[in-house]
Design a protein around this ligand. Structure first.
Ligand code: MG
Length: 279
């Protein structure tokens, strides 16, 4: 089984795309959830059944096997991983209409999803806040070493997340990674059109007057990998098995490769190899 064979791999490169950045990286944009933070680990297991139930409960949905509706939801959630949550909810509402149902306001789906997710992660947030949980255990392995390594090369770091900005800032503080990013921590806004990862990347390039070749990006989602590649940057896909904090998540890996990731890593434990590849 291919999955087994890849357990323990350090880094994966591909013949059909560059395996090293074109120029020395000067700016890096990093996704938060699933790339650095594991506080929200398991969000897919909250969103997928919730969205599946909503889509199944439509005239066309009820005529299909539940598993088929579930696969449709899982696919579109994966395809939109990294985008603001509200857009995933807008897509759900569109699907419900296509299936002959009457959707709620997308914001209502977002509120309900957030309520369910916060219930799941409440213990983690409290544990971090009161010191009973070691922050390192809720990060992708090697995250601190990665951030330190990038800073040591003079790379300016940007954090860009599809999660609401106030939550990203709070969770970055709880994990003690906020110090690496200074003022450059960005997340979703109520006025959701005013933020996107693509916009963050465009601003990095224009304000610093650099080309995409000097940009690298790290992410576990389709969106940031595509955005970085489209801007001419070099994309590192983190296919971390978030639940086990060990090995590769095959589902993520395949989709990160199709999104255009230049290289795939299981996590950042093998920081020396990654450093040699990037600099
Ligand atoms: Mg992510």
């Amino acid at each position: 089984m291919p999955g087994k064979r890849r357990v323990g791999i350090l880094m994966e490169v591909f013949n059909d795309r560059a395996s090293r950045p074109e120029k020395t990286p000067r700016y890096a944009v990093l996704d938060f959830d699933g790339t650095i933070s594991l506080i929200r680990e398991g969000w897919q297991q909250i969103m997928t059944p919730y969205f599946t139930d909503e889509l199944y409960n439509t005239p066309r949905g009820r005529e299909m096997p539940y598993e088929e509706v579930e696969l449709i939801c899982r696919e579109f959630i994966t395809r939109t991983t990294g985008i603001q949550t509200i857009y995933q909810c807008i897509r759900l509402a569109e699907l419900i209409t296509e299936y002959g149902g009457t959707p709620q306001d997308p914001q209502a789906y977002k509120d309900e999803y957030s309520r369910r997710l916060l219930k799941k992660i409440d213990d983690r947030l409290n544990g971090l806040e009161n010191g009973s949980i070691d922050p390192e255990t809720l990060t992708v392995p090697g995250s601190y070493a990665l951030l330190e390594m990038l800073l040591s090369h003079g790379v300016t770091l940007y954090l860009a997340s599809g999660t609401d900005e106030e939550h990203v800032k709070n969770e970055a503080r709880l994990l003690r990674v906020d110090r690496f990013f200074g003022p450059h921590i960005y997340g979703a806004q109520r006025e959701y059109r005013t933020f996107s990862k693509k916009l963050v990347i465009e601003r990095i390039l224009t304000r610093n007057n650099i080309s995409g070749a000097e940009l690298i990006g790290f992410g576990d989602g389709y969106v940031e990998i595509e955005n970085v590649r489209e801007a001419g940057g070099f994309a590192i896909g983190a296919a971390t098995n978030e639940h086990d904090r060990m090995g590769v998540d095959e589902w993520k890996r395949e989709r990160l490769i199709s999104a255009g990731a230049n290289i795939i890593v299981p996590d950042f434990r093998n920081i020396g190899a990654l450093e040699a590849q990037l600099f």
